[in-house]
Design a protein around this ligand. Structure first.
Ligand SMILES: Cc1cc2nc3c(=O)[nH]c(=O)nc-3n(C[C@H](O)[C@H](O)[C@H](O)COP(=O)(O)O)c2cc1C
Length: 171
């Protein structure tokens, strides 16, 4: 089977990571895949912030847990976060970032790195307990967040799952 199709068909969300760090070279390659995603009218009003410092990752997770009243919230303890942000007034910013995230997930999978979409920052990125942390990551104040990517080497082998197929051909 074609390699790319095989990667698409075998990617699964990973929610359990070991502590092996991801090299900066691989993270740069993964982000470059995000940067090749389509964007509405080619505006590319996004920014990709990569966080590999586990104290900083867990500081953000703890703040999210506090705001959402979720005890021991950790983002599944990833070794890296890729945080796509986009201009608040961008008409297609969320769609653009979602396309970039899928490229990021597939590129990660191609390198044997597990990933999962984290949605919890979507509605709280301007919260007084969250925005100062985003500022410290140099995420622009006029940017908003939707999904972010938690990445790490999977603790366990990812098994395929059987899918329903809501597909209909009109011939
Ligand atoms: C818009 C969106 C939001 C998601 N939010 C989360 C999330 O906050 N936490 C999480 O563990 N998974 C999240 N996921 C991952 C889905 O749960 C996952 O893709 C789905 O269950 C299908 O499993 P698969 O990715 O293994 O194919 C999200 C996925 C999408 C597309």
């Amino acid at each position: 089977m074609n390699n790319l199709i095989n990667l698409i068909l075998t990617r699964r969300s990973v929610r359990s990571f070991n502590e092996t760090p991801i090299s900066e070279k691989d993270l740069e390659l993964i982000v470059s895949a995000g940067l090749e995603a389509p964007s509405g009218m080619g505006r590319r009003t996004w920014k990709f912030t990569v966080v590999t410092n586990s104290t900083q990752i867990q500081k953000l997770a703890a703040a999210v847990g506090e705001v959402l009243s979720r005890e021991n919230y950790t983002f599944y303890k990833p070794t890296a976060l890729i945080i796509p942000s986009n201009l608040k007034e961008s008409r297609w910013g969320q769609e653009d970032n979602a396309c970039a995230l899928q490229n990021i997930f597939l590129a990660s999978h191609a390198l044997g790195i597990g990933s999962v979409w984290i949605n919890q920052l979507k509605d709280i990125c301007d919260h007084e307990k969250i925005r100062p942390i985003l500022n410290s990551f140099e995420i622009p104040e006029d940017h908003t967040l939707s999904g972010i990517a938690a990445l790490g080497y999977p603790k366990e082998k990812i098994e395929p799952v059987k899918r329903n197929s809501p597909t209909h051909f009109v011939r």
